[in-house]
Design a protein around this ligand. Structure first.
Ligand SMILES: Cc1cc2nc3c(=O)[nH]c(=O)nc-3n(C[C@H](O)[C@H](O)[C@H](O)COP(=O)(O)OP(=O)(O)OC[C@H]3O[C@@H](n4cnc5c(N)ncnc54)[C@H](O)[C@@H]3O)c2cc1C
Ligand code: SF4
Ligand code: SF4
Length: 402
């Protein structure tokens, strides 16, 4: 433990390394540069954090929302936090320190209550989800994978180049679950000479592989103009070797309960984990009682990844709602518009304690979906502002946006 010079107890803001998906949102949001990271962990500098709470609501996992009261001179240094694989327990405080903290605890508590209104609270894994393995491989000790396939899954005529990339890892062990992500170590360095940050990609295949028991996995990657990582990945050829890290993510996980209803709301590459969920149900949960319902938005069918294969997935396995915002001669429609049209069916599901909501895709989509769910609930006499935190804390409401 690093001893600091301060003489009063502190409320120290910390990030849970087990839950954090390394999405960089907090670092990009923090107005005072208190959040930093290395190849393994995101951490908060206690000397810089001013409790503004700007980072709490945008964090998709709630891993940023962790606090420890630390006795005078006993704050956790950045170095210590960078080495953590889990958060330390709250240490016992002296009576004097506890008393000295009363006012600050109340102040921080009030600020957090406000911040939580936006986020719906901390992410919790579905109660029935399998226990994930996390952080098995890092930049210092990556897993070398071999490219087994790289196929375009949007129409050649569309501007949107999205790829289905298959990576094999031979006889090496890399256990993953549906909903988790992997990191990619990029070759070369940035303009400032430092290594590129790890890029994260959601796993699009089921836990037993893209090919059953093939010891491989698949990814769904969109080429971003000028983007370093996505262009590197989209240019890969069969036989190329790449270094990967992870797996990451311990809350955005598929429920193992065959009776769970899963409402999946996505745009673009946000469909990747839901491809994994659907494949898992098809392979391992035949005759499942729970429904899989997907709202999937794209500009046009040509830009919707997996459009062809999706047409072949039976409605009995996956209730698909494909929604387009740029069809010639048609009014724009977004996922939240279609959800509004299905208000009674959705509220019937939301009233069921076995229903989970998963949202994945571009940052910014959550707000429109949230508003739609709020309106749908209101019309049915339900209070979304109460239901959402309840679903979140019971592991039934999950968001992963980037
Ligand atoms: C948990 C998580 C899961 C994710 N899952 C997926 C996934 O399944 N599939 C997926 O595709 N992505 C996913 N992402 C996003 C992914 O990690 C990358 O952020 C994304 O691929 C862009 O990275 P990049 O290196 O290509 O872009 P960067 O080099 O990081 O550039 C960032 C942005 O700046 C723009 N830009 C950069 N240079 C220029 C330039 N010269 N001119 C114009 N624009 C420029 C790029 O277009 C890009 O949009 C995920 C992210 C997270 C956090
Ligand atoms: S998951 Fe939360 S804590 Fe982790 S990097 Fe993203 S915003 Fe930060
Ligand atoms: S509470 Fe504010 S200052 Fe502290 S880490 Fe979050 S955004 Fe930065």
């Amino acid at each position: 433990m690093t001893i600091s010079a301060s003489t009063a107890p502190k409320k120290q803001h910390l990030i849970d390394p087990e839950i954090c998906i390394r999405c960089n949102t907090c670092e990009a949001t923090c107005p005072v540069g208190a959040v930093t990271h290395d190849d393994t962990n995101y951490v908060v500098d206690v000397e810089k954090c001013n409790y503004c709470m700007d980072c709490i609501s945008p964090c998709p996992t709630g891993s940023i929302d962790n606090w420890r009261t630390v006795a005078p001179g006993r704050v956790y240094s950045l170095q210590e936090q960078l080495g953590w694989t889990e958060l330390p327990k709250q240490e016992e405080l002296s009576e004097a320190d506890t008393a000295a903290m009363e006012a600050l605890e109340a102040e921080v508590g009030a600020l957090l209550a406000d911040a939580h209104k936006g986020s719906g609270g901390k992410a919790v894994a579905p109660a029935s989800a399998a226990k994930p393995s996390v952080n098995l491989f890092s930049r210092a000790k990556p897993l070398t994978a071999v490219v087994q396939g790289n196929f375009r899954i949007t129409a050649a005529s569309s501007e949107s180049d999205i790829r289905h990339i298959v990576l094999g890892y031979g006889d090496q062990q890399f256990p993953v679950l549906e909903g988790q992500s992997i990191g990619v170590v990029l070759p070369g360095v940035r303009a400032d000479g430092k290594p590129h940050d790890i890029r994260l990609y959601s796993i699009a295949s089921a836990r037993d592989g893209e090919k059953r028991n093939g010891n491989n996995l698949s990814l769904t990657i969109k080429r971003s103009a000028g983007g370093v990582g996505s262009n590197y990945m989209c240019e890969l050829k069969v036989g190329d070797k790449i270094n990967i890290t992870g797996p990451f993510g311990s809350t955005f996980l598929m429920p193992n309960d065959i009776n769970a209803n899963i409402i999946m709301i996505c745009t673009g590459t946000g469909s990747a984990p839901f491809r994994a969920f659907t494949e898992r149900r098809r392979r391992a949960m035949e005759g499942a009682g729970g429904k899989l319902v997907m709202y999937f938005g794209a500009r046009t069918p040509e830009e919707l990844p997996y459009f062809g294969p999706l047409q072949k997935v039976p409605q009995s396995l996956l209730e698909k709602h494909l929604v387009y915002s740029r069809l010639p001669g048609q009014p724009k429609e977004y996922v939240q518009d279609r959800m509004r049209k299905h208000g009674p069916a959705l509220t019937k599901l939301l009233r069921d304690g076995g229903t989970h909501v998963f949202i994945c895709g571009l940052r910014g989509m959550e707000a429109g979906v949230d508003e739609a769910l709020s309106d749908i609930c209101r019309a049915a006499g339900l209070d979304w502002n109460a239901l959402k935190p309840d679903m979140r804390s019971s592991g039934r409401y999950h968001v992963e946006t980037y």
